[in-house]
Design a protein around this ligand. Structure first.
Ligand code: PGA
Ligand code: MG
Length: 237
């Protein structure tokens, strides 16, 4: 457990669903408020999610960050609203894995519901009406990783995570990974939680994220995020 009084983060990176929302994906108003305080104090805030670039870009604009994002669980990243959009991994391989899954579940009478495939550059996401562990078994041996955000199942290229992309992004931003505080709620945040100087998991999400974290909030979801931002940036609140 990190002693919060010894760590003064220079920047913050946070997951979206489950971390700055509630468990139904409704945005937490206090989370927006603390992010605005950080941004207005010159602390860079990065949104890092399994969501698409366009949805995170919109959210960044409405919250008021500078548009630096990680999308598709590390599949895409960009510095600022106008920076070059960089894509990681092998999208075609993720689709190949999805086709295998589609056939497998079709035989069982289950239809997989894709999430915004027309807006994705790197991963394939679908509804969580199947067991992520069973999905892993079906695609075993393929160079892909199955991620479970608690809100969707994602097929991602092997080696690409929010954490691996964060290391590239932080270099592009000119801020060391150790100078960041990171926040997440689920197993798709584990690498991000571990890669930052301090990693925080919010209560309410998946236990794997909490096990990987230096610090776990007392409150749940977005309330836990706001609680810990206040704790780690005491001079701003
Ligand atoms: O897109 C999802 O599955 C949810 O995304 P997030 O929890 O990484 O924000
Ligand atoms: Mg999440």
């Amino acid at each position: 457990m990190t002693n919060t009084s010894n760590f003064f983060p220079k920047a913050l990176i946070c997951d979206i669903d489950g971390t700055i929302t509630d468990k139904r994906r409704r945005i937490n108003l206090d989370a927006i408020s603390v992010i605005r305080t950080l941004v207005d104090s010159g602390i860079p805030v990065v949104l890092a999610s399994g969501n698409t670039v366009c949805s995170i870009t919109m959210l960044s604009k409405m919250i008021g960050t500078d548009g630096t994002i990680i999308a598709e669980n590390g599949g895409v990243y960009r510095v600022g609203f106008t920076g070059e959009q960089k894509v990681c991994g092998d999208h075609a391989m993720c689709w190949k894995a999805f086709e295998l899954l589609e056939d497998y579940y079709c035989d069982k009478g289950i239809e997989l519901e894709l999430y915004s495939p027309e807006y994705r550059f790197a991963d394939v996401a679908f509804a969580r009406n199947v067991e992520p562990d069973e999905v892993r078994d079906v695609v075993k041996g393929m160079p892909v990783k199955i991620l479970d955000s608690g809100f969707a199942v994602h097929i991602q290229s092997e080696g690409v995570t929010k954490g691996s992309t964060f290391l590239n992004l932080s270099k592009d931003m000119g801020i060391k990974a150790e100078e960041f505080i990171s926040f997440g709620d689920s197993s798709n945040d584990i690498e991000l939680i571990k890669a930052a100087g301090t990693g925080v998991a919010v209560m309410g999400g998946q236990k794997e994220a909490q096990d990987a974290a230096d610090y776990v909030s007392t409150k749940k979801y977005g309330d836990g995020f706001a609680e810990c931002v206040r704790k780690f940036f005491p001079s701003l609140f």
